[in-house]
Design a protein. Sequence first.
Length: 414
Amino acid sequence: MNDQNPHMNHNCSSKNQYRHTDNAKPPLKRREFIGTIGLASFASMMTLTGKGADLRENRKPWQPVSNRKVRVGIVGYGVCKFGAAFGFQDHPNVEIVAVSDLFPDRRAGLMEACRCGKSYDSLEELVKDPKIEAVFVATDAPSHARHCILAMEHGKHVMSAVPAVWGSLEDAERLIETVKRTGLKYMMAETSCYHASCHAMRTIYRAGGFGRIVYSEGEYYHYITEPIDSYKGWRIGSPPLWYPTHSTAYYIGVTGKRFTSVSCVGFKGKSPVYQPGGNKYGNPFSDEIAIFETSEGGASRMLMCTSIARLIDETGRVFGERGRMAGMQYFGELEENLPDISRPPLPPGVPEGGHGGSHGPLMHEFISSILEDREPLVNIDEALAMTVPGIIAHESAMRDGERLKIPAFERKKT
């Protein structure tokens, strides 16, 4: 998707890296530096930094855990056509019972894509079908919480497209209370969580290969020159960090820890949609860059940018007391003893899908959580921990970067 290298050079121009005064000495050249400190000391420094490990996946063959088919309903086939993009229709443990979209042509397209002969005019009608036991909500972001709550109130497990809620802490409270009350599975389909790099980071973190994370970065760049079409224009001029989870997954989805406070800077875009009166959100920012304090005592820089020319990317980096990682390269204490960082295998015929090959693994994780009766990877606690901080970050940006506390939405652990 990129037409430029995502590994951008953030350094200042090399011409001005050193500031000289009349009394200042010029910087030592590398050879002079090594001679000054001694070869033994230099070798010791190289040992401390490590040689690094290039990580590769080695997926094992898929092993079925059940012959049962989960009966699924799918709702939403808009601009991104996400309803069919995650591969439910290709999973051997899934039966697509019915689909829905508000627009007849999209509904017909979703039926064809999912090879399903039954449809409903709306989600409100689909969730009444007693045969359906799980629903994939791929509708407009402002409706995610309401649609998921309605589906669970009708006894359905839910997988939701991102984000979990749209700018509303009240919706976050209602959503988590519904999950607690019903005891049903809820999963947010955050794609970064199943990027090869993020999955590897999570695996290495759990193995102790980073220690506490001192600093981390999550970046979602989505360059646009014209507003993206959307149901009732929900995307047009929307606060960037109301859509935070592609970035925040690179800390929350790695560690399972939390953000506790935030200070955020907004960049005012040139497009008419960011001018006064240009959008229904009263939002002047096309880009937002936030610094979060973490529950480990570290800091995270998370951003969502739409103005950086010709860059579309989702990426992140982590830097810990025992190791660090960017892309698929790890430097740290576990270089010689790394765990298997491969993502779970998929059933034959299930494509990895888009967003870095994450769609198929996300869908498979949701279905597996139902078959195995366990919590899915991005459950309600993790979903809100990735989503809510972005809402507070935007508020901080609107208040000139004021540092704000982030409320916690957690089910009580038993």
